[in-house]
Design a protein around this ligand. Structure first.
Ligand code: FE
Length: 221
């Protein structure tokens, strides 16, 4: 199997092309794929726990939100801020992202083979997993729902500028858009361009400017 997949929960058809009919001209409607067996089991378990009064739905949502928005992407933001601040670190990051990211203590499953790609005034990078939802967990946490959706996965490749426009971030026509297809083997981290007039900022302040979507590439920063 060309795309030797790991054990995550998406059970899906790995045939190419079946998803290309989706989503033309339109935003990120979720729920195009039928839920996987694992998703259904999780949902059933969650419903039961809530029904029995063992957990509150809001508490579960808060846990997911925490990993999707806070814990995970803040790690990646620290990597980006270090690269912006320290030219030698940036070189190491571009040469061997796995090792450079590990210097900051971010290691683990779904991040064993990292590649960092850098936005420049002439190049904009965009990350996708066309086959499912491969994502660099140690630096970005859990993938957002839209990242796993069939429309994003297909259109990021065939209409990357259209996708970026829908995210409100259409690059100038002379900017090259490079799309990186994640696999079980390789996960990507986009290094956004450092914003102007940030020379005086320390790493913590710089990290606060970096968003999850900036490190996937759907946002500029
Ligand atoms: Fe995948």
């Amino acid at each position: 199997m060309a795309h030797d997949h790991h054990d995550h929960d998406d059970v899906h058809d790995h045939g190419h092309g079946h998803e290309y009919g989706y989503g033309h001209g339109h935003g990120h409607d979720h729920a195009q794929d039928p839920p996987s067996d694992m998703a259904l089991r999780v949902k059933a378990l969650e419903s039961l726990l809530v029904e029995k009064g063992i957990v509150e739905a809001a508490a579960l949502d808060a846990v997911v939100d925490h990993f999707e928005h806070k814990v995970g992407p803040r790690n990646g933001a620290r990597v980006v801020a270090r690269a912006w601040s320290d030219p030698a670190y940036r070189e190491r990051l571009l040469a061997d992202a796995t090792a450079a990211i590990a210097e900051l203590g971010f290691t683990g499953g779904q991040g064993e083979h990292m590649v960092a790609v850098e936005n420049t005034p002439t190049v904009r990078n965009l990350v996708v997993c066309t086959l499912c939802s491969c994502y660099p967990w140690p630096v970005l946490g859990l993938p957002p729902v839209w990242y796993k959706s069939a429309p994003y996965r297909s259109r990021a490749v065939i209409d990357s500028r259209g996708v970026l426009a829908e995210f409100g971030e259409a690059p100038d026509p002379d900017v090259e858009v490079r799309v990186w297809d994640s696999t079980a083997e390789v996960r990507y981290l986009v290094i956004p361009q450092r914003p102007p007039a940030t020379e005086g900022l320390g790493e913590d302040e710089l990290a606060a400017l970096v968003t999850r979507d900036g490190m996937i590439g759907t946002a500029a920063l």
